[in-house]
Write a protein that binds this ligand. Structure first.
Ligand code: SF4
Ligand code: SF4
Length: 247
């Protein structure tokens, strides 16, 4: 017993002080991309051609955050002149149209105040549905339960049954085989309920875009309240979006 207590004392508290104290992510982390509109057309077109996700509109000089898989091709090709990735992990949006951006995103908290603040109070229970994801989005949601992030301290938990949930969190490109299970889970969740799409797959089909076996965007099936881009979104992106939107 004493050795356990000694160990606990030596380890100290490992839980992040976020959101009171900001978290600095490693320099290699690719956060929100910023697009420089003042580049020659051929450079923007070269980046668009190299994008595996057709996420870049060279004419409008915009980037579709919901399609982007953060591979970094565009930054490499342009030497950071056209697209540059920042350390900003605050990438959740309330409207899909906001995902098409040059780097600015609207204030998520303002939208949340109108819609959700007060609705779920200090408790938000979520059911996760992995609709054919590769397991990276799921793993980075799962990690929110670990001591560093400790999601439960904010009153947010993942629960086993949709009947105990206030909403669903969907990952993956929603394969044909998973569609029925997803819709049944949604129907089993009592109202009022929220729908959260996490990851490029759930937002746009991700790397599977164009396949007949998937649904290109959860919003074509269900009314999505919160879109969290990334492939996978960093746990801090998920945490920031959940706290800003619901707390
Ligand atoms: S980082 Fe995103 S926008 Fe750039 S090339 Fe990769 S998928 Fe396309
Ligand atoms: S968005 Fe990327 S990480 Fe998430 S399930 Fe799809 S392929 Fe995997």
């Amino acid at each position: 017993m004493l050795s356990v207590l000694k160990n606990r004392f030596e380890q100290g508290c490992r839980t992040s002080r976020y959101p009171k104290v900001n978290v600095q992510l490693p320099s290699r982390y690719r956060g929100r991309p910023v697009v420089n509109a003042d580049v020659p057309a051929d450079l923007a077109e070269a980046c668009a051609a190299a994008c595996p996700q057709e996420a870049i509109d060279a004419k409008a000089r915009t980037l579709h955050l919901g399609r982007c898989v953060f591979c970094g091709n565009c930054e490499r090709i342009s030497g950071g002149q056209f697209v540059r990735f920042t350390q900003n992990f605050e990438n959740g949006v309330a409207e899909k149209a906001h995902l098409v951006t040059q780097g600015d995103l609207p204030d998520l908290a303002a939208h949340a105040r109108q819609h959700f603040k007060g609705l779920f109070g200090r408790s938000l229970q979520l059911r996760q549905v992995s609709a054919a994801g590769c397991n990276a989005c799921e793993a980075d949601l799962n990690v929110l339960a670990t001591p560093f992030f400790d999601l439960a301290r904010f009153g947010i938990n993942f629960v086993a049954s949709p009947r105990h949930a206030d909403g669903i969190v969907v990952t993956g490109p929603i394969s044909r085989n998973m569609k029925t299970a997803l819709m049944q889970t949604y129907e089993a969740t009592p109202q009022p309920r929220v729908v959260i799409a996490v990851g490029s797959c759930a937002l746009s089909g991700g790397p599977f875009r164009g396949s007949n076996e998937i649904t290109e965007g959860l919003d074509s099936l269900l009314p999505v309240d919160l879109f969290i881009p990334g492939c996978p979104p960093h746990p801090m992106t998920n945490l920031h979006a959940l706290l800003t939107f619901f707390k």
